[in-house]
Design a protein around this ligand. Structure first.
Ligand SMILES: [Zn+2]
Ligand SMILES: [Zn+2]
Length: 392
């Protein structure tokens, strides 16, 4: 595999797919051509690749990583930093110790706590920071936007977007299991929507891309009152700080310090409990706007769970309650409460705070209550708080 004639420096927190899109744009070619020339085309099939496996968001084996680094004139460590796997050191839902999976590639499958089939994004960040290289090819598609716990851009103080303003498709949605849609399209730049055009066209013509500019929003996502924005910024700052390489190693969860990765596992469990027992935790919402967002989110989850009650076979009625919300406001509202439930240095206070939720969960969903308590799912600290309640 020969090196490319020119490459690009990765931008801070850039994803592999975002880098490939910018590189294709810089070299005036298709993403498929870049994949072929950097060793990321699936082996065996001749010609240009038609898909990039979704697992490449998360992990590249040594052979792929070495070849890609050589072809793009990067250090292997720079390539590794474009993948989601290293985030698992600090993010429990991507950490094998807290999210047991049989292989690295399986980590992203059926894991609602990582976005692999679409992404959130901040339009001003995607526009770029005004440097010549970002003016030409846009800002980075960021890795953190792929984590559902990231719902707000702290820099621009705005909720993230997740849909194309033109066609409504989820941003960067995968098509036919490919991490980049329209691999052979060389007409789109990195900040354009790659979804197929909605307008119906005669079947003999291949569907054109939507092509809408994702940096331009049709309408700003609803104005939030200042108290709500302040509460959300505070929660998001704390979480972004914990995810940053070099950030604090530990933080308080349910009465004791726990490693950052364990804290995110506790948040995941807390969100499930909040929704499954709603409105028990409603009193902890920082503002009426956040409480109302959760009322609406809860109603939609009940609606989703209802039909599952009447299906045969293994019931999965808990599932609609355990996933993070898709909407950023509801996500922020749920994490606002979850972080308040966990944020106390005193084990006694932690137990008292979570007791009403633990009790209610046992009444309405004993199976979920048992499942969430697994040692491989939450921190020792939160587990201790829950177990103490059981004993008393
Ligand atoms: Zn931003
Ligand atoms: Zn679109």
């Amino acid at each position: 595999m020969r090196s490319l004639p020119r490459s690009l420096d990765p931008l801070p927190d850039e994803t592999l797919t975002g880098f490939v899109l910018r590189l294709a744009h810089r070299l005036g070619t298709t993403p498929a051509e870049i994949l072929l020339r950097t060793g990321l085309a699936p082996g065996g099939s001749p010609g240009l690749p038609t898909r990039l496996p979704l697992s490449f968001h998360y992990h590249l084996d040594d052979a792929h990583l070495t070849v890609f680094a050589r072809a793009t004139l990067l250090m292997p460590a720079e390539v590794a930093d474009m993948l989601l796997a290293p985030l698992g050191q600090r993010y429990g839902p991507l950490n094998p110790a807290l999210t047991p999976r049989s292989t690295p590639a399986r980590m992203i499958y059926d894991n609602p706590w990582v976005l692999t089939r679409s992404t959130r994004y901040c339009p001003p960040c995607l526009t770029g920071n005004g440097t010549p290289i970002q003016d030409r090819h846009g800002g980075p598609w960021q890795r953190l936007w792929r984590l559902p716990v990231i719902f707000l851009c702290v820099r621009h103080q705005r909720l993230l977007a997740h849909q194309c303003p033109g066609c409504g498709a989820f941003a960067q949605s995968s098509r036919a299991g490919s991490a980049i849609a329209r691999l052979s399209d060389d007409a789109l730049n990195p900040w354009q929507c790659r979804s197929a055009e909605v307008r119906s066209v005669p079947a003999e013509h291949p569907a054109r891309a939507c092509g809408a500019d994702l940096t331009r929003e049709s309408a700003p996502a609803g104005d939030l009152d200042s108290a709500t924005m302040a509460a959300l910024v505070q929660v998001q700052r704390h979480l972004v700080g914990l995810l940053a390489a070099g950030g604090p190693e530990s933080t308080t969860s349910a009465g004791a310090p726990v490693p950052a990765a364990h804290y995110f596992a506790d948040l995941r469990a807390a969100v499930a409990v909040i929704f499954r027992t709603w409105p028990v935790a409603r009193e902890h919402a920082s503002t009426p706007c956040l409480a109302a967002a959760l009322d609406a989110e809860y109603a939609s989850r009940v609606e989703e769970a209802e039909p599952l009650l009447n299906t045969l076979g293994k019931k999965k009625t808990s599932k609609p309650y355990t996933v993070p919300p898709r909407e950023c406001l509801a996500t922020g509202a749920a994490l606002d409460i979850a972080s308040k439930l966990l944020d106390t240095h005193d084990p006694g206070a932690a137990r008292r705070r979570i007791a009403p939720l633990v009790q209610r969960l046992r009444e309405v969903d004993l199976a979920l209550s048992t499942w969430l308590r697994r040692p491989s799912w939450i921190s020792d600290s939160l587990r201790q708080a829950v177990m103490d309640l059981r004993r008393s």
